[in-house]
Design a protein around this ligand. Structure first.
Ligand SMILES: [Zn+2]
Length: 295
C-alpha cells in the first residue's frame, strides 16, 4: 500500500465503536484549476482552497443528491466567496476581492460578514439553508461553530494549505449518537486529532494519519472517490439568464456591440451570441439552440 498522500480524492471513515465519522480531502489539480481562473493574490487563493475543501468535506456527510454551496459575503476586501461541491464530487468556486488585503483572519478578509451553507437538492425545488456568522479566525472555526450550535452536531475541521494543495480533515459526531459516553468519546477523539500538524495532513496518506492519531481505535475506511473541478454552466442556462433580461434589453445590447458576449464567472467559459442566435432565442425561448458546451 502506497504511503503517498491521496490527491484529488475524498475519503470517508468511521470509528467502529464510537459514534464519530470523518472525511479526508486533498485537492491539487482541482484547486489549481479553480485558482487559475483569475489572478487571485495568495491569501485569496488560500481562502478559495479552504472553501472548496470545506464544501467537499461537508458534501461527503450528506446523503441526498444535489449541490452543497458555501457563500460568504462581507464588507471587507473580500466581498464574495463561493464554493460548491456536487454529490458526484465536482467542485467549483470563485472570490471577489479588492486590494489591499491586510490580514488572513476572517475579520480582516470579510469585515462584518455572514456565510450561508445551502443544500440544493437535485430532484426537488427544496433547498435547505443555514446561516453562519463569520466569527472565528478561519472558515473551519465558523463552520464548526455552526454545526455545534445550530445543528447540535459537534464538528471539528482541520485545514491545510501549502500553495499547491488545499486539504482538510473533518470529524463529526453521528446524528444519533448511541447512549452512554459519546461526549467523553468525542472529547477523546478531538484531543488526539488536535495533535495533527498541517504538514502531516498535507503529506501523509489518510491511512497513515489515522494510524498516527487513533491507532488504538478500530476504524472503517471507505473507498475514496475522485474529485475534480467541473462547472455546471451550460448554453441553456446562459440562454435563460439572457431571456431574463427581456427582449428590449437584449436587442439594445446587440445593437450596441453587434454580439452578446457572456461568460461564466466560475470557469471563464465564454458564450457568444450573434444576431441570428439572439433572434432565434427570442422567437423560440424553449427550443433547442446551439449545442451544449463540451467539458
Ligand atoms: Zn462555468
Amino acid at each position: 500500500m502506497s504511503n503517498l498522500p491521496e490527491t484529488d480524492q475524498i475519503q470517508g471513515f468511521m470509528f467502529e465503536n464510537i459514534p464519530v465519522r470523518g472525511v479526508f480531502v486533498r485537492l491539487h489539480a482541482t484547486y489549481q484549476v479553480a485558482v487559475s481562473k483569475r489572478p487571485y493574490p495568495p491569501v485569496v487563493q488560500q481562502l478559495l482552497g479552504n472553501a472548496l475543501t470545506v464544501v467537499s468535506l461537508l458534501s461527503n456527510t450528506i446523503k441526498s443528491e444535489g449541490t452543497l454551496a458555501l457563500q460568504a459575503q462581507g464588507e471587507g476586501p473580500v466581498n464574495l466567496l463561493l464554493g460548491e461541491c456536487t454529490h458526484d464530487c465536482h467542485v467549483r468556486g470563485l472570490a471577489h476581492y479588492k486590494e489591499p488585503i491586510t490580514g488572513e483572519s476572517l475579520d480582516k478578509l470579510f469585515g462584518k460578514g455572514t456565510m450561508a451553507l445551502t443544500l440544493k437538492c437535485q430532484n426537488s425545488q427544496q433547498n435547505y439553508q443555514g446561516v453562519v456568522s463569520l466569527n472565528g479566525d478561519n472558515l473551519a472555526q465558523a463552520i464548526e461553530h455552526y454545526f455545534t450550535h445550530s445543528e447540535q452536531l459537534p464538528t471539528r475541521i482541520y485545514l491545510g494549505h501549502d500553495g499547491m494543495h488545499a486539504c482538510g480533515l473533518l470529524l463529526q459526531t453521528l446524528p444519533t449518537p448511541e447512549l452512554g459516553q459519546s461526549e467523553a468519546d468525542w472529547h477523546h477523539i478531538v484531543t488526539l486529532a488536535d495533535t495533527l500538524k498541517e504538514d502531516e495532513l498535507l503529506n501523509l496518506s489518510n491511512r497513515e494519519i489515522l494510524h498516527r492519531l487513533f491507532h488504538e481505535e478500530t476504524i472503517r475506511l471507505f473507498e475514496s472517490q475522485p474529485i475534480s473541478f467541473r462547472c455546471s454552466c451550460s448554453q441553456q442556462r446562459m440562454e435563460s439568464v439572457l431571456l431574463s433580461l427581456g427582449a428590449e434589453e437584449l436587442l439594445s445590447i446587440l445593437e450596441e456591440y453587434g454580439t452578446v458576449d457572456t461568460h461564466c464567472e466560475f470557469c471563464n467559459h465564454h458564450y457568444l451570441f450573434d444576431s441570428v442566435d439572439i433572434h432565434k432565442l427570442l422567437a423560440d425561448p424553449n427550443g433547442p439552440h446551439a449545442p451544449e458546451k463540451k467539458q
